[in-house]
Each structure stands twice: as structure tokens, then as C-alpha cells.
Design a protein around this ligand. Structure first.
Ligand SMILES: NC(=O)C1=CN([C@@H]2O[C@H](COP(=O)(O)OP(=O)(O)OC[C@H]3O[C@@H](n4cnc5c(N)ncnc54)[C@H](OP(=O)(O)O)[C@@H]3O)[C@@H](O)[C@H]2O)C=CC1
Ligand SMILES: Cc1cn([C@H]2C[C@H](O)[C@@H](COP(=O)(O)OP(=O)(O)O[C@H]3O[C@@H](C)C(=O)[C@@H](O)[C@H]3O)O2)c(=O)[nH]c1=O
Length: 301
């Protein structure tokens, strides 16, 4: 039986990966206290002990604004650690699966981004994630780098849960409508990862792939959809009544919502390569959101 070393198991994607990867092998998922990506020695030590056939790195420093004031830590976790994982994987002839982000782009392209489009991150988080991708590619280990976008699930820290929490507290909400992208359910990412791994040898398909749900919307569009879908299920599931009415979610421009880090205006990813190589068509973001909420027995507001 294959051994899979999974990092980031307490995170949104990692949580789902624990279940999705289970049919493919024995999943070993050390906590960040045991395998600390900011500590090179701990990375090397754990990999040499576990000797996995496959390493799946879903751990990352994901606080986009905070990264601007903690660039060293963000770079250690997102930029340096993936290269160490790749080196160690190569030593033991293991493959490496890694995740990256739409924030490696500057959002100036008019249409969806392809894997071959030039990168140009706007902030520390995106720059460190790009450094991690480049470090893996430089080592030359068989790898899958999945760039995804706007990840959410019903646990963890994400925009969907933030909006529900704010909707529980406030009568009005203003949300930017000039940043366009695609919300992607953490379970979709995990299940797609498992499907790709079960279909093909990582050596044959090594490379970078865009992996987001279908369609696109703005953050304002996501907020409106979340409230609508919540309200559609609220009574039958027994969730609490929200203070916020849907008509009180106001669209604003990025200038009207200043943040520490700049974010791309266009985050759309073209999934064509994933479809071509693996024959996988991913569901529309709204259908995925509906499935995520259907699956949520409880939502902690
Ligand atoms: N969230 C998003 O919107 C997007 C995420 N991505 C990428 O997808 C991947 C998964 O993200 P997501 O699941 O949302 O991340 P989360 O923020 O939900 O979870 C991050 C995980 O990384 C772990 N981690 C953080 N620092 C360290 C460290 N120093 N050593 C070891 N583990 C650490 C955390 O462990 P602990 O809880 O113990 O700190 C946690 O398990 C990442 O590569 C991310 O960059 C890409 C696009 C969008
Ligand atoms: C909460 C809130 C946010 N916003 C804006 C701020 C920002 O421009 C946009 C997104 O908000 P957040 O800061 O929650 O999302 P952000 O942390 O930027 O999300 C990103 O996380 C990283 C990890 C990624 O890799 C990206 O794909 C993306 O998902 O919405 C509002 O306009 N109104 C609000 O009430």
C-alpha cells in the first residue's frame, strides 16, 4: 500500500484531502507542530522518517493582508518550503502535489488566465506562492501544481463564512464588484486531485494546471449568492434568521474598500488544460456552492 504524506490537514483543502486521498493509500497527516514548513529541519526529518510515495502539500500561509507585514514567514512557508519538499521527494523518488493561486497574476488580462500566461503578483502572498511554484519546477521532481481560486468550505477561514458571520451581525453590507473570479469549493479541489492521481502516473502528466469551478462572478456576486442559498435552506435545516436582507448587500468599487494588499481585478482561470489532459469538466461555481450548503448540517456563525 502506498504512503501519502499530507501537510495542511487542518486547513480547508487539507481537511477534504484526508478523506479524498484515503482510497489511494495510507494518509499520514502530521500537524504543523510536527511538520513545520517554516523549519527546514523538521520538513527533512519527517519526510525521511515517513518515506512517502507521494507528498501532498496543502499547507500554506494564506493571510493575504497579514503577509504584507510578515513577508519572511510567508516566504519561508510558501516560497522556500515547497522547494525543500521537492528536494526530499526527489531523493526518495516520490511525487509532489502542490497548490497555488490566482493571485500569481496581476488581473490585467481581459479573459481567463491560462497556465502559460505571464505571472506578475500584486502582493507578498502572491509573490511567495509564485516562488514556491518556481522552486518545485527548478528541482525537477514529478509534480502536479494546481492553481486554484477563492477557496471556501463550511469550515475554516474563508469569504463565504465571513459573509454569513457579517450577515448575522449587520443590516447592511458593502462588497466589491470589480474583482472577478471563481469561488471554488475545497471538496471539489480535493476530489479532483484524487481523480487526477487515480487516472494517471504523476511522471506522465507532471506540470502546472488551473483548477477552479466553472463560470465567474464578483465578490459581490458571491455574497449575494451565499445569502440567497442560505435563506433557501434556512428554515428546513433550522439555521438562524440573518439580520441582513439580500437587498442590503451593496456593490462598491475596490477603491471604496481599501485593503493592505492589492488584489487582482481579474482572477478567472482557464481550466482547459485540466479538461484536455484528464478529461475532467468541473461544475459551475453556483452548483458547487449549493452542494456545499446542502452538505452543511451546521454552520457556525
Ligand atoms: N484559501 C484560498 O482562498 C485559496 C487557497 N489557495 C491555496 O490552496 C492551498 C490550501 O489553502 P487552504 O486550505 O485555504 O488553507 P488554510 O488557510 O485553510 O489552511 C492552511 C493550512 O496550512 C497549515 N500551515 C500554516 N502554516 C504552516 C506551517 N508553518 N507549517 C505547517 N503547516 C502550516 C495550517 O496549519 P495550522 O492550522 O496548524 O496553522 C493549515 O492546515 C494553499 O496552497 C493556498 O495557498 C489557492 C487559492 C485560493
Ligand atoms: C469581508 C469583505 C471583503 N470585501 C472584499 C475585500 C477583498 O477585496 C475581497 C476578498 O475578501 P477576502 O480578503 O476575504 O479574500 P482574500 O483573502 O483576498 O481571498 C484570497 O485568499 C487567498 C488565500 C487566495 O489564494 C485567493 O484565491 C483568494 O481566495 O472582498 C468586501 O468588499 N466587503 C467585505 O465585507
Amino acid at each position: 500500500m502506498k504512503t501519502i504524506l499530507l501537510t495542511g490537514a487542518s486547513g480547508q483543502v487539507g481537511w477534504e484531502l484526508q478523506r479524498a486521498l484515503a482510497p489511494l493509500g495510507r494518509v499520514v497527516a502530521p500537524s504543523s507542530a510536527v511538520l513545520n514548513l517554516a523549519d527546514t529541519d523538521s520538513i527533512r526529518r519527517v519526510i525521511r522518517e515517513v518515506r512517502p510515495h507521494l507528498i501532498v502539500n496543502s499547507a500554506a500561509y494564506t493571510a493575504v493582508d497579514r503577509a504584507e507585514s510578515e513577508p519572511e514567514l510567508a516566504m519561508a512557508v510558501n516560497g522556500t518550503a515547497p522547494g525543500i519538499l521537492a528536494e526530499e521527494a526527489k531523493r526518495i523518488h516520490a511525487g509532489l502535489v502542490h497548490y497555488s493561486t490566482d493571485y500569481v497574476f496581476d488581473g490585467t488580462k481581459p479573459g481567463p488566465y491560462r497556465e502559460t500566461d505571464p505571472t506578475h503578483p500584486m502582493g507578498v502572498y502572491g509573490s511567495t506562492k509564485l516562488a514556491g511554484e518556481e522552486a518545485i519546477r527548478a528541482v525537477g521532481v514529478p509534480h502536479l501544481i494546481f492553481r486554484t481560486s477563492w477557496v471556501y468550505g463550511v469550515r475554516g477561514r474563508n469569504f463565504v463564512l465571513t459573509i454569513l458571520r457579517l450577515a448575522n451581525e449587520r443590516h447592511e453590507l458593502s462588497v466589491v464588484d470589480d474583482q472577478i473570479g471563481t469561488p471554488t469549493w475545497s471538496r471539489l479541489i480535493a476530489q479532483t486531485t484524487a481523480l487526477t492521481l487515480s487516472q494517471r502516473d504523476i511522471e506522465e502528466v507532471s506540470g502546472t494546471y488551473h483548477l477552479s469551478a466553472g463560470g465567474s462572478t464578483s465578490w459581490h456576486g458571491v455574497a449575494c449568492a451565499v445569502i440567497e442559498e442560505y435563506r433557501a435552506r434556512r428554515e428546513s435545516v433550522g439555521w438562524p434568521v440573518l439580520r441582513l436582507q439580500p437587498q442590503n448587500i451593496f456593490p462598491i468599487s475596490t477603491d471604496q474598500y481599501p485593503t493592505t494588499a492589492q488584489r487582482p481585478a481579474n482572477s478567472m482561470l482557464d481550466n482547459g488544460k485540466l479538461a484536455k489532459v484528464f478529461g475532467l469538466a468541473l461544475p459551475d461555481w453556483r452548483a458547487s456552492l449549493q452542494m456545499a450548503l446542502d452538505d452543511a448540517a451546521t454552520i457556525a456563525l
